[in-house]
Design a protein around this ligand. Sequence first.
Ligand code: 5GP
Length: 203
Amino acid sequence: MAHQHTTADTGDGSGDDRHGLLFIVSAPSGAGKTTLCDAMVVRFPDMIQSVSHTTRHPRQGEVEGVDYFFTDADTFRAGIQAGRWLEWARVHDHYYGTSADFVEEKRRQGTDVLLNIDVQGAKQVFARFPDSIGIFIMPPSMAELKKRLQSRGKDDPGAIERRLAVASQEMALKDHYHHVILNDDLETAIHDLAGIIRRYRRP
Ligand code: 5GP
């Protein structure tokens, strides 16, 4: 494995083990993951969040290259054939993927990378990079999750029901992650997530 990294640098003699860490944050949609990840990039300005590629349409206010790279299914599938994705998944009927080149280049440069990806993608990354650090964010309850999805007004009722069904399947996989955070109170969750990330990072 080319990208092994030991958190405690014990000095294996190579002296150049400065690969960036790989943090994976997953959560059901509506659990506040995007807000939490954005807060981490502000707290740790030298860490970078990977911008995913997706075939879903932009939501109001989303910006190409900032929130996502928006693409079409043919281009995405060509990327699968070409091995362009570090991981990819179909979530809510759309493709989502992380650029392998982007993540590998950043890590090679010693930059820590944060991935905001779903459970299927996380599983692929854990298998490929056993040294990656997985953090799962739990919403306080299904009722609260439903309320959040409704109040953000981004999805119609059918889409909300589908997201809730997917959410319970995703929550069943939380034990595959190294850490689980409850996002009951946003400030507490930001504090908890920052604490975990800080623990792994080099001073
Ligand atoms: P949304 O459409 O609400 O932005 O995201 C839906 C889900 O797709 C979220 O769980 C999000 O974490 C996940 N997702 C976003 N980008 C990626 C990606 O590159 N790979 C995978 N596997 N999931 C992603």
